[in-house]
Design a binder for this molecule. Structure first.
Ligand code: 0RA
Length: 667
């Protein structure tokens, strides 16, 4: 057993345990449960769960900001991959807790769900996706140190795996005010304990937009990690937004062409529900609504979104009627549907709900029925006012709605005539598809393969029982730049959709939702060359899935195959290397420092491998490496896709320069 050094005296783990009272042991059992079933509390124990620890701790500081006492939160990734979160709030109370006979700080840190117990005045609105509180983080950390700066003093308590090492004590004086938490995620619990700057930065940016006026800084002190990202010394980014959601929609839409420059904005309270909404119209054809409840991204939507949509439709419909646009459309036998009002709309909706009921598969769907009415009313008022005061912009919106309706009806007619000629409904599969024999989708996977020749190798190399191959010709077209229905006129896109068995536009109200009831494969695997063109095709395909079949990504069914970059040979030893680092390791292991003696074959294309090699390296489930595509942050993904695929060249070039993996080897 390890020994711990506290204040110069050395205590064994056993002594630490024994120095605690009976009522403490009960608490320890609480955190033991967290350690036994971590995934139940923080979702998972992979990279995602690891980063959620930071969000839990930051959420406590956000609550203090929402209560009006904290303006600045500093998050630091330390050199040893521990995390420090420091705020300038009132500091967690340290006085004796009457019932528990110990410091309030200790209760907060060691009792599950004790987070907001002392704060009777204001309700706790944040609390993370899982809302488990900081004690959970403590339980999942091999070490944690809490410091409170209050009344000129520094108070401190330290923990191992959630167990306090000593009572809260004074350790010094300070002029600061606030709370400082440092934790070391337990290596025996998490599959990785290496933090990623970009993942934390995305969430901190989002939080800064969602909480106008709050400054959040993120510092990475790991010099080696920074050097790899091409940064000399410490890396620091500060997130601050004066305009809140107004700035957020501008950020999301920054690489799209605006229909007009205004942001339609409201910030109000209805039925004791704070509601903040920002809306922008752009010339694209997609609808992008990002909704939040208590700073949590509600990807499954819910009552707040329903209220928003119904107010938007109601107000715009009324405006279209009053301006005789509807009459004109009716003469052309075009009826407007709800979705027409949302084409080219980007919106962020943020509500704060005292007792949120989260429903749905991922518990990210708001269920509180009273919120629908509140949002409906707030949006109705604000939007009517805006349209009344801005007739020029109002006309632009209505013209766009009319165009969307006309195009949608024309597209449906075209689609119906195609369907009649070539009935898809009877299971007509694309001619290029080499299907698998198993009919149970749960067992099956489809490879979308770049190029006919690689497609040929894949067909020969595959296990035809459960692996289907669909070759596609080079670059599919960019769905980000065209009206929604245009994609269906494109042969390669149609082949993919038909092969997958996903259906569109079959709902009664002709909505854009895809229907996955007849999905034919549980895994869709994109397989392209390991070069710049291959990456481009990956991106085009991911754009298609993100914009048209996002549920497939959310369900974890989209993957990218990883063909090896090199085959390294030294005598009889052969190794496939999937990264530059793999190759360096091989060199270190087998080289004599000069690279002579070692043979390196660089695979640029899938076609350079024979069917057996392709199976062995890239397709065999036993040995292959698949990258799962995820949407951790929908707003950021929205921004990234519109930036990568949109009209603006400069941000795209910067992004590629920063993220290119192939640049150095293909140069
Ligand atoms: C409850 C009451 C008070 C402060 C806090 C909670 C508090 C909690 C956290 C967690 C991270 N940072 C925090 N800052 C403050 C203060 C009550 C009082 O001083 O009257």
């Amino acid at each position: 057993m390890s020994e711990l050094n506290i204040n110069g005296s050395t205590l064994s783990d056993q002594e630490i345990d024994e120095s605690y009272s009976a009522n403490n042991i009960q608490v320890l059992e609480g955190l033991e449960a967290v350690r036994k079933r971590p995934a139940m509390y923080i979702g998972d124990i992979s990279e995602k769960g690891l980063h959620h620890l930071v969000y839990e701790v930051v959420d406590n500081s956000i609550d203090e900001a929402l209560a009006g006492f904290c303006t600045h939160i500093e998050v630091t990734i330390n050199e040893d991959n521990s995390i420090t979160v420091q705020d300038n709030g009132r500091g967690i109370p340290v006085d004796m807790h009457e019932k528990e006979h110990r410091s309030a700080l200790e209760v907060v840190m060691t009792v599950l769900h004790a987070g907001g117990k002392f704060d009777k005045g204001s309700y706790k609105v944040s609390g993370g996706l899982h809302g488990v509180g900081v004690s959970c983080v403590n339980g999942l950390s091999s070490k944690m140190i809490s410091q409170v700066f209050r009344d000129g003093k520094i108070y401190q308590q330290e923990y191992r795996c959630g167990k306090p090492l000593y009572d809260v004590k004074e350790v010094g004086v300070t002029e600061l005010r606030g709370t400082r938490q440092q934790f070391w995620p337990d290596k025996s619990i998490f599959t990785t304990t290496i933090y990623k700057f970009d993942i934390l930065a995305n969430r901190m940016r989002e939080l800064a937009y969602l909480n106008a006026g709050l400054r959040i800084s993120l510092t990475d002190k790991r010099l080696d990690v920074n050097a790899e990202a091409g940064i000399d010394g410490e890396r620091k980014q500060t997130f601050y937004s004066e305009g809140g959601l107004r700035d957020f929609v501008r950020y999301i839409d920054s690489t799209r062409t605006h229909l007009f420059d205004d942001v339609i904005y409201l910030n109000t309270e209805k039925a004791e529900t704070p509601i903040e909404i920002a809306i922008m119209y752009n010339t694209s054809y997609s609808e992008n609504i990002h909704s939040y409840v208590n700073n949590i991204n509600t990807i499954e939507g819910g009552t707040h979104l329903m209220g928003f949509r119904s107010a938007l439709t109601r107000v715009l419909k009324k405006y279209a009627e009053d301006s005789k646009v509807i009459e004109k459309l009716e003469k052309q036998k075009v009826e407007i549907s709800g979705e027409d009002f949302r084409e080219g709309l980007t919106a962020v909706i943020s509500v704060k709900v005292a007792e949120p009921q989260f429903e749905g598969q991922t518990k990210t769907k708001l269920g509180n029925s009273e919120v629908a009415g509140a949002v409906n009313q707030a949006v109705g008022e604000a939007l009517s006012n805006y349209l009344e005061e801005h007739p020029k912009e109002a006309k632009m919106i209505i013209d766009k709605v009319a165009l969307a309706a006309t195009a949608r009806v024309a597209a449906r007619k075209a689609r119906e005539s195609v369907q009649r000629k070539n009935p898809m409904t009877g299971g007509g599969l694309p001619g290029k598809l080499a299907d698998c024999s198993d009919r149970d989708a749960a067992n099956c996977e489809i490879f979308i393969v770049e190029g006919d020749s690689a497609g040929g190798s894949a067909k020969q190399g595959r296990n035809r029982h459960f692996q289907a191959i669909l070759p596609i010709r080079g670059k599919i077209f960019n769905v980000e730049r065209v009206m929604w229905h245009k994609a269906f006129e494109h042969e390669e896109v149609n082949n993919i959709i038909q092969a997958l068995g996903v259906r569109f536009g079959l709902n009664a109200d002709d909505t854009k939702e895809a229907n996955y009831d007849k999905l034919r494969y549980y895994k869709t695997i994109i397989m392209t060359d390991a070069d710049v063109d291959g990456s481009h095709i990956d991106t085009l395909l991911m754009t298609l899935f993100f914009r048209y079949m996002p549920q497939l990504i959310r369900d974890g069914r989209l993957y990218i195959a990883t063909p090896p970059l090199y085959l390294c040979t030294k005598g009889k030893v052969k190794e496939y290397c999937y990264t530059e680092a793999d190759r360096m390791r091989f060199m270190d292991k087998y080289g004599d420092g000069t690279e002579n003696g070692i043979h390196t074959q660089r695979y640029k294309g899938l076609g350079e491998m024979n069917p057996e090699q392709l199976w062995e390296t890239t397709m065999n489930p036993e040995t292959r490496l698949l990258k799962q595509v995820t949407i951790e942050d929908a707003a950021e993904a929205d921004y990234t896709f519109s930036m990568l695929m949109g009209d603006d060249v400069e941000p795209r070039r910067e992004f590629i320069e920063k993220n290119a993996t192939y640049a150095n080897i293909d140069a």
